[in-house]
Design a protein around this ligand. Sequence first.
Ligand code: CP
Length: 317
Amino acid sequence: MSNHLIDLKDLETDEIKELLYLTDRFVEVSQRPIPKVPALRGRTIATLFFEDSTRTRMSFDLAANRLSADVLEFPTHTSSLSKGESILDTVETIHSLGVDALIIRHYSSGLPRKIADEVGAAPSVINAGDGSNAHPTQGLLDAYTLCQHFHGLAGSDASLSGVHIGIIGDVKHSRVARSDVHAYTSLGATVTLVAPKSLQPSNPEDWPVQICEDLDSVLPTFDAVGLLRIQNERMEEGLVPSVDEYIQRYGMTEARAADLRDEVVIMHPGPVNRGIEIAETVLDNRKNVLIKQQVTNGVPVRMAVLFRLLGSGVEVD
Ligand code: CP
């Protein structure tokens, strides 16, 4: 694995499995009365979030704290970027301050890779979501959540073989879908994308999946369902006819949930549009809705990533 985590496509399957195995260790650490280890003491990590975030930002902060690293939050709205300093000069400045890793979320697809290419070996660059391109730690935590659900933990040879996963919604614009598909298929799962034509990928041949428009024809075949957030601007762009039609064709309504086998799991990366991607009663009451577990697993997964990139030669404990 390189010094950076930009896209799961850059990782060999064994490297993904290694991160999930390491996550098992950090799940155990997270369950201790004092869930903290000294592994990254003396290391400094900067978070640069140019786009809003709750889950990713807070879980990276918590992960770094639990590894005893120092965390610096880059003030995106009050930095010298407003005086015309370029993003690459800003990164160079942060590196000169002694920062070991940059965690970057940006609305522009490809920016974390451009920064990683520019900085070379250090500091480590971790993509916390770039445009519609990739969200590698979300892909890892979603895969981990499924491994944990079906097998208790990931283990040294994590596998989702025999699991059929449906990813439903705005696949075309979703960085989560891209990273999830890579993580799931690397572990042997079968994936079907379900979306209206307007929200299907424009280059379907590049996706190792089946693609389908009619949710109800494939829903009974799924073992796990991943719902994607529908963004308001897609309605404004006319890519989705109306909220009501979206719910009727693609929503996890009470009726659809009632038809699912009890053991089928429902996931969503968040934030959820209650009542649109999923009915409130399903979200709040159905068994095997794993959304809170996904959030919980965000911390040990991100501990694993930080430890793998910055903890060379260090023991977990
Ligand atoms: N899933 C996810 O990336 O959520 P946030 O935008 O809250 O980080």
